[in-house]
Design a protein around this ligand. Structure first.
Ligand code: KE4
Length: 429
C-alpha cells in the first residue's frame, strides 16, 4: 500500500491541529506509523487519499452500523439541510426521534439529546448526583465514558479510597469523588460501597465493555450491580454509547434483561452525525431543567440535521429487526474463521465477541478486565497484527484496547478476505 498523499496531509495537519488529529486515537500513536487520510467511504469500504480501498472495521468508532454513506440516511440529511440546519427552537423531528427511542429502549420515559457520548455521560452523572443528593460515583478501570473530568481517573492508593487524575488538568478535588472498581468483580464493588456508605450517587459502566477490547459482563455481574443499587438507592447508569441500538434494538438492557436507572447513548443514535443522549424514567428525567433543578443545555442539541440522520438510522433498525440477526451471523462467521487460521498458525490468542462487537487479544489468558487486557496488549503482537492487516487492505482499530465494529454492509466475501488476511499476517508471526 502507498500512503504518500496521507503522509503529506499528515505533515500539513500537524502544523495547525494538535498531533494532526481531532481525536487522539486516530493518530496511530498506540500502533506506530502515520495515520491514513480517508477521502470518501461507501458501504464497508474506505477509499483513502492514495487511492487505496480498505475494508473498514471501525465505522467511525461504531455509528455506521449500516455502512458508510447509507442511502436512506444521506437522503434524509440532504433533504433536511435544504430547509436549514439548526434553529435553536423546538422542532417536530426531535419529538419523533425521542418517541422512537422511548419505544425501542426499555425502562425509559424521556430522553434528552446532546452532541456527544461524553456530554451524555457527563450529564447523566450530574443528574444522578442531583437526583440522589450524593457526590461520589463508582466507575470501572478500563471503561471509557468520554473525556469529562470525573472519568479521567486512575486507581488511587488505597483499594477502597478515591482515584487520582490520569490527565493533567483534572483536579484532585474532582478525583476525590470518583471511586475506581474492577470490571466483573462484584466483591470489589461491594467493598467500595461499604467503605463509602450513603455517599455514592451512581455506579456507571459500559454494560458490555468496548474500550478494553470487547469484554462481555461475567455471568451475574450486571444482575449483582442491580441488586446492590436496589439495596442502597445508588443509581445504576449504563453507558450504552457503544452498545445502544447495536447489541439489540433496546441495547444491553433488552439483551440481558437488567434494568438501568439512566442510559447514555451516542454513535448509532446520530447515524454518523454528532448526537449523544441520556434517558431515564420520568421521576429522574423530570429533575432536569427546565422542569427540575439540574442544569444541562446545548446550542446544537437536537438540531434538525443531526436528528434527520439519527431518525433515519433508528427507523431502519426498528423496522428491519432482521439486521441484528444478520450482524450476529456475520460476526460469528468472522470469529470462527479467524479462530481457525490463528489456531492453524499456533498463535496464542483469545477472541471476545458479543453481538456485532468483537476483539482479538494475543496471549494465552482470557481477557475479562482491564488488567488482563493490558497484559495481552503489552505483549506487543497487536501492533504487528494491525500493520499486517492494513497492508492486506483491512482497517481495524489502531489500538489493542478497541473493539472491531461489524457493519451490515460487510459481505461474506469481505469477511473471507479478512480471514485470509489474518492467515497471511499470522504466518509472519
Ligand atoms: P464521544 O464523546 O467520543 O462521542 O463518546 C465518548 C464515549 C462514551 N462512552 C463509550 C462507551 C465510548 O466508547 C465513547 C467513545 N468511544 C471512543 C472509541 N472507543 C471514541 C473514539 C475517539 O475517542 O475518537
Amino acid at each position: 500500500m502507498i500512503y504518500k498523499r496521507s503522509s503529506q496531509l499528515f505533515a500539513e495537519a500537524q502544523k495547525v491541529i494538535p498531533g494532526g488529529v481531532n481525536s487522539p486515537v486516530r493518530a496511530f500513536k498506540a500502533v506506530g506509523g502515520e495515520p491514513i487520510f480517508v477521502e470518501r467511504a461507501e458501504g464497508a469500504y474506505f477509499y483513502d487519499e492514495d487511492g487505496n480501498k480498505l475494508i473498514d472495521y471501525i465505522n467511525s468508532w461504531g455509528p455506521l452500523i449500516l455502512g458508510h454513506a447509507h442511502r436512506p440516511v444521506i437522503d434524509a440529511v440532504v433533504e433536511k439541510a435544504k430547509k436549514g440546519t439548526s434553529f435553536g427552537t423546538p422542532t417536530e423531528i426531535e419529538t419523533k426521534i425521542a418517541e422512537l427511542a422511548v419505544k425501542m429502549v426499555p425502562n425509559i420515559d424521556k430522553i434528552r439529546m446532546v452532541n456527544s457520548g461524553t456530554e451524555a455521560c457527563m450529564s447523566a452523572v450530574r443528574l444522578a448526583r442531583g437526583f440522589t443528593g450524593k457526590e461520589k460515583i463508582i466507575k470501572f478501570a478500563g471503561c471509557y465514558h468520554g473525556h469529562s473530568d470525573s472519568f479521567l481517573i486512575q486507581a488511587g492508593s488505597g483499594a477502597v479510597t478515591f482515584g487520582t487524575p490520569n490527565s493533567p488538568g483534572v483536579t484532585q478535588g474532582t478525583a476525590k469523588d470518583t471511586l475506581l472498581a474492577t470490571y466483573n468483580d462484584l466483591e470489589n464493588v461491594k467493598k467500595l460501597v461499604e467503605a463509602n456508605k450513603n455517599e455514592i450517587a451512581c455506579i456507571i459502566l459500559e454494560p458490555v465493555a468496548g474500550n478494553m477490547g470487547c469484554i462481555p459482563p461475567a455471568e451475574g455481574f450486571l444482575e449483582g450491580l442491580r441488586k446492590i443499587c436496589d439495596e442502597t438507592g445508588i443509581l445504576l447508569v449504563f453507558d450504552e454509547v457503544m452498545t445502544g441500538f447495536r447489541l439489540a434494538p433496546g441495547g444491553v438492557q433488552e439483551r440481558v434483561g437488567v434494568k438501568a436507572d439512566i442510559v447514555c447513548f451516542g454513535k448509532v443514535i446520530g447515524g454518523g452525525l454528532p448526537v449523544g443522549a441520556f434517558a431515564a424514567r420520568n421521576e429522574i428525567m423530570d429533575y432536569l431543567a427546565p422542569v427540575g433543578p439540574v442544569y444541562q443545555a446545548g446550542t446544537l442539541s437536537g438540531n434538525p440535521l443531526a436528528m434527520a440522520a439519527g431518525l433515519a438510522m433508528l427507523t431502519e433498525l426498528d423496522s428491519k429487526r432482521e439486521i441484528f440477526e444478520s450482524l450476529e451471523k456475520k460476526t460469528e462467521y468472522l470469529h470462527k474463521g479467524m479462530e481457525e487460521v490463528l489456531q492453524a498458525n499456533n498463535i496464542d490468542f483469545t477472541i471476545n465477541r458479543i453481538g456485532s462487537m468483537i476483539s482479538v487479544h494475543f496471549g494465552k489468558e482470557p481477557v475479562n478486565d482491564f488488567a488482563s487486557a493490558a497484559k495481552s496488549a503489552n505483549l506487543g503482537f497487536f501492533n504487528k497484527f494491525f500493520h499486517g492487516m492494513l497492508e492486506n487492505g483491512i482497517y481495524i482499530a489502531p489500538s489493542a484496547y478497541e473493539t472491531w465494529f461489524i457493519s451490515d454492509a460487510l459481505s461474506y466475501e469481505d469477511l473471507d478476505n479478512t480471514i485470509e488476511a489474518v492467515d497471511k499476517v499470522a504466518r509472519t508471526f
